[in-house]
Design a protein around this ligand. Structure first.
Ligand SMILES: Nc1ncnc2c1ncn2[C@@H]1O[C@H](COP(=O)(O)OP(=O)(O)OP(=O)(O)O)[C@@H](O)[C@H]1O
Ligand SMILES: [Mg+2]
Length: 266
């Protein structure tokens, strides 16, 4: 479990995170949403132990990040950065994926085998010998997914994973997220992309000015009449379901078409 206890963080002027308490359990999919500058990335970095609270505590399976070595934190938590350039520093794509694995103690040959598999999974096999920073924006982002996937931490944080991804890669990302959840991992996503998050109906925290202003399942968020106060774009399937007067909104087009065709029952 990742647990935040009355966490505060500041970059020097005012609080970027102000008094947040919450728990993330194993096998859970959790989303942090909110507009630019609300504090999502800061919360993600606190959970990954990259920054430490100025007040309050962050626990990762009972380890307080304030007095745990970073090497012990990264065995449990992997974060995919919003800006992949901050995460890529090796000379080839293959070495980039192998880097964390070698640090975790895998022999070079084993690390290479694992890295090749992960690159294949993300359609990056042909890029193995390229310098990471020569990849396109979307490819770099995919490389950061491949790194975290190979590294296989228990808690995985994706900071704005859908930015710059085309349709096929978004589908791959959905498949990967579902697989991770099924295998008992916790997946934490920060995003503006309600349309993408909707299919998962995640446990959602709406963040404003470093505070949690709403929490619950995403279905419930958009079922509220006053959700517009949070300035979030309503997913189309939510809006259509409401207009059709469905008791429960459809999460996927398949679900919706089953209801319309009279074979589903939401
Ligand atoms: N390195 C930094 N130095 C100073 N202020 C920072 C730094 N990083 C973030 N901030 C400030 O902290 C606040 C929260 O930023 P954060 O990046 O956590 O927001 P966010 O919700 O992830 O935004 P976005 O949707 O744009 O990614 C903002 O006011 C931001 O300007
Ligand atoms: Mg951010």
């Amino acid at each position: 479990m990742i647990r935040l206890e009355d966490v505060y963080y500041t970059y020097g002027k005012g609080y970027a995170v102000e008094g947040i308490s919450l728990e993330i359990n194993e096998g859970q999919l959790v989303a942090f949403v909110g507009h630019n500058g609300s504090g999502k990335t800061t919360i993600a970095k606190l959970m990954a132990g990259i920054i430490k609270p100025v007040k309050g505590s962050v626990f990762i399976d009972e380890m307080d990040t304030k007095n745990t070595k970073h090497s012990n934190i990264v065995k449990k938590v992997g974060m995919v950065f919003q800006n992949p350039d901050y995460q890529l520093f090796e000379s080839t794509v293959l070495e980039e994926v192998m880097f964390a694995l070698k640090n975790m103690g895998y022999e070079k040959e084993k690390a290479k085998e694992m890295a090749i598999k992960s690159l294949e999974m993300f359609g990056l096999s042909g890029y193995a010998q390229r310098p990471p920073l020569s990849l396109s924006g979307g490819e770099k982002k995919r490389l950061t997914f491949a790194i975290v996937y190979a590294w296989d931490p228990k808690y995985i944080i994706f900071d704005e994973p859908t930015v710059g991804q085309d349709r096929k890669n978004l589908q791959n990302l959905s498949v990967m997220i579902n697989e991770l959840i099924k295998s008992g991992k916790s997946v934490i996503i920060t995003s503006h992309d309600m349309e993408f998050l909707w299919q998962f109906n995640p446990l959602t925290y709406v963040i404003e000015k470093g505070k949690v202003v709403w929490s619950g399942y995403m279905k419930e968020l958009f079922a509220q009449t006053d959700f517009s106060m949070y300035n979030l774009t309503e997913p189309q399937l939510s809006a259509i379901s409401r207009k059709l007067g469905l008791k429960q909104p459809a999460l996927t087009v398949e679900e919706l078409s089953e209801v319309i065709n009279g074979v589903g029952s939401i």
